[in-house]
Design a protein around this ligand. Sequence first.
Ligand SMILES: [Zn+2]
Ligand SMILES: [Zn+2]
Length: 143
Amino acid sequence: MTDEASTASDAAAPRERPSGLSKNETLVWTAMAAADGPLKAYEILDTLKGQGVRAPMTVYRALDGLEAKGIIHKLEGLNAFLLCNHEGPHSVQTFLVCERCSRVEELEAVSVETEIAPALKASAFKMRTARLEIKGACMDCAA
Ligand SMILES: [Zn+2]
Ligand SMILES: [Zn+2]
């Protein structure tokens, strides 16, 4: 961890583009980094139309690639995608989803992983990924 990483929690801080992305993954990543919340695939496609991306399949493939690299997460409940705010890929993902303004925040919840690990071991189940979408009201909406 570097000193710059200490500002990573600041939502206004510019994100550093990950290396090793394909051209289309870079376009999708840039569109997502400019948005201040989760985006649906068709919203990303709309944003990229001016840059010559017209096929939905192009966007879906890029999203699959970014998800496989652990750079973005898919929010099943919202059918949308969010940039990961962690330092590296992680299999257990926890999100706070506001049901009023649709704001989504990724939560650092290491204890969730710690809690399910023994149960997984007992059932001999090989986990690939787990997503927890915690629904409710964000700080602004609850006030
Ligand atoms: Zn993440
Ligand atoms: Zn809200």
